[in-house]
Write a protein that binds this ligand. Sequence first.
Ligand SMILES: Nc1ncnc2c1ncn2[C@@H]1O[C@H](COP(=O)(O)OP(=O)(O)OP(=O)(O)O)[C@@H](O)[C@H]1O
Ligand SMILES: [Mg+2]
Length: 415
Amino acid sequence: MTLERLQIANVRNLERVELDLTDRGNLLVGANGSGKTSVLEAVHLLSMGRSFRPGRASGLIRYGASECTVFGVARVDGFQYSIGFTRGRDGAREFRVNGESQRLASEVARLLPVQVLGPRTVDLIQEGPDLRRRFLNWGVFHVKPAFRAEWAAAERSLRSRNRLLREIDGARIADSAEFASWEWQLAQHSARLDAMRRDYLRGFQPVLDRILVDLQFPTTISIEYHPGWTVEVDEAGTMVPGGVGRAVDAAAAPEGETGLSDTPDYRDPDTRGRTVPLDGRLAEALTRLFADCRGADLQRGYTTMGYHRAELRVRADGHPAADYLSRGQMKVLAWAMMVAQGQLLHEVAGRSSIYLADEMGAELDESNIRGICHLLTQANVQCIATGLDGGLARSWPEGSIRTCHIEGGIISPSR
Ligand SMILES: Nc1ncnc2c1ncn2[C@@H]1O[C@H](COP(=O)(O)OP(=O)(O)OP(=O)(O)O)[C@@H](O)[C@H]1O
Ligand SMILES: [Mg+2]
C-alpha cells in the first residue's frame, strides 16, 4: 500500500496540514520544534490509532483543540481507500474506511503497515525480549491472515488460566477440569502460533542476510527463535514436557518429524475460512507441560510458559549481539531487521509498508545512511524521513526522494 495524500488537523503543533507523498522517498526538512516528528506521529495514528512516542495520548491533540484528525488517501492492491482517524480529548477514537466506521482497528493496521525507524529502534537489539517478540508478531500479523484470530483466542485462554491461578484453592489444583480445559486450548493456540512464527522466520532470515550483505555488515548475524517453552524427546522419540536434560527446542526436530501436517484441521469462523495447521504431538506435549507447571505457576501467580514467552535472540558471529556489536552497528542491524520485514511483506504478499524514519542523519554515519537509503529505495517500501537540513537528500539514489520543508507546523510546497 502507498499513502498518496495526507491531511492532518490538530496533531501537536500541526493545526491544518496537507501533504502529497511519492510512493518512494519523502524527506521532511525543518528546524527543531518545527513539527517533523508530529507528521510521522500523524501517519502512525492513522495506522495504529496511537503514537510511537511515549507520553499521554491526549498530549497529541493540539492545545486548545478538542480533537485531532488524520485523513489519508491510500492505494492498496490497485484500489484507492480513504482512511480517517479521529481522537477526542475524552479518549473517544474512531477509524473510518471509505466513509464507514471501522470496528476493528487491526483491519486498518493491516491496510497500512507502518514501521518506525528512529532513535529508539536500536532497543530492538539492546533491550529485553518484549520488543523483539512484538517485532516478530508484527511480521507474522501482516504475512499470515489467520494470525490475528489465533492470537485473540490464545490471549483468551491465557487470561483464563491466569485468572484460575489467582482464584483457585491450591489443594484442588491437580484435578481441576477447568484448568485442563484452558490448558488444552492454550496448548493448541500456542502450537499454531509457533508454527506461524517458524514459517515466517524461515522466510525472514534469507531476506535479512541479503540486506546485510548489501550493507557490507561486518559480522554474521543469526536470529535464534525460542518458542516460549522447552520440550524433550523421550526414548520412543515422543515429545514430552521438560525443562532440563535433553531439552530440545521443538524447531530442532527434523522437518517432517514435527508432526506438522499440511492438512488443515481447524476452522475458526473469525479466520473466515483460513486455516492454521496444527502440530498434534506438540499440542499434546504442551498440554502436559502446562499441567506439570501448575504448582510452580501458582507460586508465581502467572503462566510461565507458552506462546507469550517466545523470544528472538540475535547473535553476531555466535555472540549475543547486544554484548558484541558497537552501538552504531546495533543501530544498523536494527534498521536492517526492520527493512527486511517490509521487503519480505512485499515479496510474500505484494504489499508495501510505510517507513517513518525520524532523525535519520542523527542515527548513522554517512556510508550507513547511504546504504539504508538505497535499501529503502530497492525494498519497494514508502518512506517518510525527517532531517534538520536538506543534505540528507543527497544520500538517496538520484530521483528517488522528494523534499519538502516545514516551519512552525506549516509545510511549504514540495521543491
Ligand atoms: N499538544 C500540543 N499542542 C501544540 N503544540 C505542541 C503540542 N505538543 C507538542 N507541541 C509542540 O509541537 C512542536 C513540534 O514538535 P515535533 O516533535 O514535531 O518537532 P520536530 O520538528 O520533530 O523537532 P526536533 O527536530 O527537535 O525533533 C514543538 O515545538 C512542541 O512544543
Ligand atoms: Mg523530532
